[in-house]
Ligand binder design. Structure first.
Ligand code: FES
Length: 144
């Protein structure tokens, strides 16, 4: 049912934890299952220098968050904002269709954390193409 990569990131998740002095924190809930994801970012000179996550979610949420954090670490914000849940799922060699909605959590939490960082800097996240109200992860229609 799950690929080797999913099992690897589920049993040995990367970047689990919190960053007490994070520059941006994003938390989102998955309305389909009630699970929650929180992402912490350290940002220096527009580059994500560190990232950690905590989730109260299923194995697929853990694996996708682990992979997503690996994919954005060391990347400029602009690049991290382009990360889609589809790209994360592909990097994991796929997820069962019924679990695709779980991968939305990581993408949305990353966007929320970057939005938090920008807002603290006095910038409007919408100018960077982040519109958190446009998607709450409540359906898969814009993510498949
Ligand atoms: Fe809730 Fe997977 S079942 S995130």
């Amino acid at each position: 049912m799950y690929s080797d990569k999913v099992m690897d990131h589920f049993t040995n998740p990367r970047n689990v934890g919190e960053i007490p002095d994070a520059d941006g924190v994003g938390e989102v809930g998955n309305e389909k299952c009630g699970d929650i994801m929180r992402i912490y970012l350290k940002i220096d000179n527009n580059v994500i220098t560190d990232v950690k996550f905590k989730t109260y979610g299923c194995g697929a949420a853990v694996a996708t968050s682990s992979m997503a954090t690996e994919l954005i670490k060391g990347k400029p914000l602009e690049e991290a904002l382009k990360l889609t849940n589809k790209a994360v799922v592909e990097a994991l060699d796929g997820l069962p269709p019924v679990k695709i909605h779980c991968s939305v959590l990581a993408e949305e939490a990353i966007k929320a954390a970057i939005a938090d960082y920008l807002t603290k800097k006095g910038l409007d996240p919408k100018l960077f193409g982040i519109d958190l109200k446009a998607c709450t992860g409540c359906c898969d229609s814009c993510h498949e």
